[in-house]
Design a protein around this ligand. Structure first.
Ligand SMILES: *Cc1c(COP(=O)(O)O)cnc(C)c1O
Length: 350
């Protein structure tokens, strides 16, 4: 029986032995001078995979999104974002602080903004109004429960953006989960957007790093923003080496995480005091709603942690579970067992 199962996030994965070996042997140089061959190799690989001109290695998904936003939007612009999106919800007001732009949140459905709402939100040229500098979409959508952005919605959004001459950025922190769940390749997704950020340190299991892909001129501006934020790294090849390995070896494995999430979701849906909207369980995230009036998410996850299962409170009655490469089938079974015990602890029968 495993002692502890960590379902807080797919960011908690440990680097594999192979990744550590590659880190130790990585060929390195000063990347601020453009001389780190391993970082260059990662950037070229990423640009090629996504069918974009250029790529930029960054320390985190947040840094990737923020340098991309700052590269597109100017001070005083407005940036259209989904109301529950990571760039709006979890990036410490970076849009305002770094780009100096104003976010314009639009409420989506299962994380997807209606393209007509996006069209309506684009500003007219008028001295009273900010310019719409950028539109951001998220795929998969974290707060919606790891939902895949339907490609037809993305295509309609892209056409709205093109008509208005506004660039479109995708926060694709978990784009490879969308690729594996939908069977739609990363190039096809990237083809609809001007720039895209993806994480290597989530489901793909690398210890550190994200990459932004886009047109060369935009990536050049993003590189300046990265330097301005103190994100210019020197012998960063030690970090890029496991990222290259993750990108070439860890994508297909995500299907296991999705299968584990599905089992977890289906079993939770049958427990008293819990509902799960199974429609949203498309990838590696499960959002469980606690329906018993006396049970809130915070005390629930605290008791669950006492029972050896770590999860995240995602709302007053919402608990998020994320599967990843360090969660086995046995771990999922244990988690299901311990969640059942926790429910019993709170005396929930119905
Ligand atoms: C995790 C995540 C990010 C980036 O997170 P970092 O912790 O900064 O790497 C960005 N967008 C989404 C949707 C995410 O889930």
């Amino acid at each position: 029986m495993p002692k502890r199962v960590d379902l807080r996030s797919d960011t908690v994965t440990q680097p594999t032995e192979q990744m550590r070996r590659l880190m130790a042997k990585a060929e390195v140089g000063d990347d601020v001078y453009g001389e780190d061959p391993t970082v260059r190799k990662l950037e070229e690989l990423a640009a090629d995979m996504f069918g974009k001109e250029a790529a930029l290695f960054v320390t985190s998904g947040t840094q990737g999104n923020q340098v991309a936003i700052a590269a597109w939007a100017e001070r005083g612009d407005e940036v259209i974002v989904e109301a529950e999106s990571h760039v709006f919800y979890y990036e410490v007001a970076g849009i305002s602080v770094i780009a100096g732009a104003q976010p314009r949140p639009i409420v989506g459905q299962m994380g997807a903004m209606d393209p007509e709402d996006v069209r309506q939100a684009i500003r007219k040229r008028d001295i009273h109004q900010p310019r719409t500098g950028l539109i951001c979409v998220e795929n998969t959508h974290n707060r919606a429960g790891g939902t895949v952005l339907p490609i037809e919605i993305l295509r309609a959004t892209a056409s709205v953006a093109r008509e208005a001459g506004v660039p479109l950025h995708m926060d694709g922190a978990r784009i490879f989960n969308a690729v594996v769940a939908s069977g739609i390749g990363e190039r096809t997704w990237a083809n609809e957007v001007d720039s895209l950020q993806f994480c290597l340190s989530k489901g793909l299991g690398a210890p550190v790093g994200s990459v932004v892909v886009g047109p060369r001129a935009m990536i050049d501006r993003a590189r300046v923003w990265r330097k301005r934020l103190g994100g210019g790294l020197r012998q960063a090849g030690v970090l890029a080496a496991p990222c290259i390995w993750a990108l070439t070896n860890m994508v297909e494995r995500l299907a296991e995480d999705h299968a584990h999430a599905k089992v977890l979701a289906e079993r939770l849906a049958n427990m008293p005091g819990i509902t799960v909207n199974l429609e949203t369980v498309q990838t590696n995230i499960v959002l469980a709603e606690l329906t018993h009036e006396d049970v809130m998410a915070e005390p629930f996850i605290a008791e669950l942690a006492n029972n050896g299962v770590l999860a995240t409170a995602f709302g007053p009655r919402t608990v998020r579970f994320v599967t990843h490469k360090d969660v086995s089938q046995a771990d999922v079974e244990m988690a299901i067992d311990r969640i059942r015990q926790t429910i019993a602890h709170f005396g929930i029968a119905q």
